[in-house]
Design a protein around this ligand. Sequence first.
Ligand code: S3P
Length: 438
Amino acid sequence: MEKSLKTSDLKGFLSGEIVIPPDKSISHRSLIIGAIVSNQTGKKINIKNLSKGADCLNTLEILKNIGVKIVKLSDRELELDAKDAFMSPNKALDCGNSGTTVRLLSGLFSSIEGFSCVFIGDDSLKKRPMARIIKPLSLMGAEISSNDNKLPLKIQGRKLNSITYISPIASAQVKSAILLAGLFAQGVTKVVEPFLSRNHTEIMLEYLGAKIKTGKDEQGFWTSIEKSEFVLKDIEIAGDISSAAFFMVAAAIVPNSKVLIKNVGINPTRTGILDVFKQAEINFKILNERLISGEKVADIEVCYSKNIKPFKINGEIIPRLIDEIPVLAVLASVAQGKSIISDASDLRNKESDRIKAIVEGLRAFKIDIVEKQDGFIINGKSEINSSVTVETHLDHRLAMSYYILSLINKKETVLKGFDCVNTSFPEFLELMDNLKQF
Ligand code: S3P
């Protein structure tokens, strides 16, 4: 049963500090790459600060199904032993809502000789395109059958060849699938992308000793990989800037707010939102910069900003803020003028068709928004004052974005299927409640 959440405007303001929970992308990679390193070194690997989101738990469950032993050490810490793992599972592997799980693991499993499995997923994942990984992996010699390039995917692992693949899209999932396959292929595998997408796979592989190189030439941003020996090290996961984004926008738009968000990953391939905050003239500070397992982190302080300027996002910045576009659409809804989001057609291939869903959702709040094939144009307004029932389409980022807008809606907001926030951020409401001051 889908649960709705009824909420009304925050009569007070947001104040205080929170520690942002672990990054979803890095958590997936810590489990997958952690299992590879444990298998190759024959030793256990320790993972600290792992996400409790349902997506990452799906990856964890799949690893258990192929023989990885997991020992929980404390709340978010576990030890992973994959010495005898990578055995074909005896049931279908359920990726739930998680595109990262199916795309990254397809790359890895395709390269393991004799391994076979079937990936399934929920109604949203079943609709998402898989040709983007099937095509390059097949060029490497992978044996993948699918339902017209959609789930279920059937993988028969085998020895792969290395390739140089020029990707038409900047996608970290595509890049990572190829790199994980390339780790076990003969020779050097190279992926080139038009803009730099998130590079957590590259950073983690390098941190653990893999032979990985990156650079930029006239064809684009390239990464190369070959068979490697690993160095066993603990992996600690930085906080998720995509989760922090909801609190950052909330602090910026709720009058009199001031919030300190601690332990946020600020890898430059993820910080497009900070560039937008500068354009929008939002009052924020980056404090206490440091490194965690090769990833940059910092604390971010955001204050209420009265005159939010409209902004334009397009081109190279898109992959650096792709998951923040729903909440940036909320920011645009209260900016003083016209914001334009373009070059973002891949939003239609996310957990929902996020362009269509955002247009429909913001219209329910009586926001002036125009749909484009590759984005939208929003004319912000100074007051939100509409009784709204809004569909989340069971898309976690839409649910949390509309919640942020509801904080300044003078009338009641009903968020249908709000529980889907558990996909990435089960702690969302609790952290929000901690900051509310009346
Ligand atoms: C992710 C990459 C992005 C992002 C997704 C997570 C990852 O997808 O939207 O939420 O962890 O690699 P694409 O690779 O499809 O752009």
